[in-house]
Design a protein around this ligand. Structure first.
Ligand code: ADP
Length: 248
């Protein structure tokens, strides 16, 4: 039926009669990264909640893995296990653990019960941790406490913790809010690298410099539906997008 990694078809979510998502349809291809923009209240968070199983749609289809898996029948844990990782806007690293221990916990914690966390890593796990540290630019910070990192570094560490679970699809909510310009530019580079390594990525973001830097397909949501889709230049030239979002 579809080769898409993620397929939403006519998804509707209603809260007390208010349509937060209104027949929302879009796909994410395997290996694709796309950015989602749109005004506050457009339905971006609700869309993420539907994909991750936090909110069940009233109507519509949400399929994963080329249409083989109906996500509306699964709970949040089952969906995470399928390889969908979600990064919320605020970083939630373990502040009193070292950066390395944060990654160790993410790598081993998913696999089994607590005692597993205290065993030594295998060579393959050490290699995996080293590779993630390179990607998230924190190799030199591995022995610092999580709480000692800058806001941007905490965001990268949390992305690294998600990578430890080797997600097929990474959902990232406003990663550069509160970052310096340099951190913002590094985050675009980091996400492009993660995407080039085969992870599909959906990024919700308001920072248009960052979205331009990502260089990916953009979708603008408004009132729970897709208002415009295309390159950033195409979407930002759309009169309705200017009216409801960019011209604010
Ligand atoms: P965005 O993330 O684009 O800002 P949201 O998905 O958070 O938009 O919200 C879409 C609309 O749905 C908003 O009008 C919001 O007030 C409403 N909404 C979201 N969650 C709930 C809820 N749990 N109960 C009632 N209304 C909600």
């Amino acid at each position: 039926m579809t080769e898409a990694l993620l397929y939403l078809n006519a998804v509707t979510v209603t809260f007390d009669g208010f349509r937060a998502l209104n027949e929302l349809s879009f796909t994410v291809d395997p290996g694709e990264m796309r950015a989602i923009i749109g005004p506050n209240g457009a339905g971006k968070t609700t869309m993420m909640d539907v994909i991750t199983g936090k909110t069940r749609p009233d109507k519509g289809d949400v399929f994963f893995n080329g249409g083989t898996t109906d996500l509306t029948r699964l709970d949040e844990t089952e969906i995470a296990t399928l390889g969908i990782g979600r990064k919320f806007q605020k970083p939630t690293v373990f502040e009193s653990h070292t950066v390395l221990d944060n990654l160790r916990l993410a790598l081993k914690g998913q696999r089994s019960a607590l005692p597993n966390i205290f065993r030594r890593e295998t060579a393959a796990e050490r290699e995996c941790i080293d590779a993630i540290f390179e990607t998230i630019r924190l190799t030199e910070h591995r022995d610092r406490l999580g709480g000692a990192l800058s806001h941007g570094q905490k965001q990268w560490l949390e992305i690294g913790m998600l990578l430890a679970q080797d997600p097929k699809l990474l959902l990232v909510d406003e990663p550069v809010a509160g970052m310096t310009d340099a951190e913002t530019a590094q985050t675009a580079e980091l996400l492009r690298e993660i995407n080039a390594n085969g992870h599909s990525v959906v990024v919700v973001e308001h920072d248009m410099t960052f979205v331009r830097d990502l260089g990916v397909r953009v979708m603008c949501l408004h009132e729970g539906s897709v208002l415009a889709e295309g390159t950033l230049d195409q979407v930002s030239a759309n009169e309705r997008v200017i009216e409801v979002y960019l011209g604010r």
